[in-house]
Design a protein around this ligand. Structure first.
Ligand code: UDP
Length: 151
């Protein structure tokens, strides 16, 4: 199966009307959107998603923030999509993030950094299973592979 990653536009990105801009960047790169939905995550979902950060000073504030409004959750597919999505997103701190990355172009604060992207193929699988039911991911969508890949 092609590599997949979990991408979520956080409440700040949704409120700031950045959904179209962000989806456009992933689309134009050539990746394939195979699932998406707008939802306000429960505390339980947020705790599971950010389990690795439990106990850190920013953890409770992060949970408050991520559950504070609608999140646009997506599954993107393509060759090396996990690491390439991280390149498109930029660094955790928007001020240290290069221009032409999503966080570099649109953010200032670490706690308002607009977007989440899985940090490994394994976390991608875990996060996709956490946020999406199997039947919320399409099997065959747009078929433009021959214009993106040589073989
Ligand atoms: N975060 C924060 N303060 C910090 C570090 C992280 O608010 O000092 C938040 C920030 O929103 C970040 C998320 O916690 O995106 C997860 O942190 P991680 O280190 O996994 O960064 P990411 O993979 O999102 O770049």
């Amino acid at each position: 199966m092609a590599e997949r990653t979990f991408i979520a536009i956080k409440p700040d990105g949704v409120q700031r009307k950045l959904i179209g801009e962000i989806v456009g960047r992933f689309e134009k790169k050539g990746f394939k959107l195979v699932g998406c939905k707008l939802l306000q995550p429960s505390r339980k979902l947020a705790e599971k998603h950010y389990a690795e950060h439990k106990g850190k000073p920013f953890y409770e504030g992060l949970l408050d923030f991520i559950t504070s409004g609608p999140v646009f959750a997506m599954v993107w597919e393509g060759k090396e999509v996990v690491s390439t999505a991280r390149s498109l997103i930029g660094l955790t701190d928007p001020l240290k993030s290069p221009m032409n990355t999503i966080r570099g172009d649109f953010g200032i604060s670490v706690g308002r950094n607009i977007i989440h992207g899985s940090d490994s193929v394994e976390s991608g699988k875990r996060e996709i299973n956490l946020w999406f039911a199997k039947n919320e991911i399409v099997k065959s969508g747009v078929t433009i592979e021959k214009w993106i890949y040589e073989n």
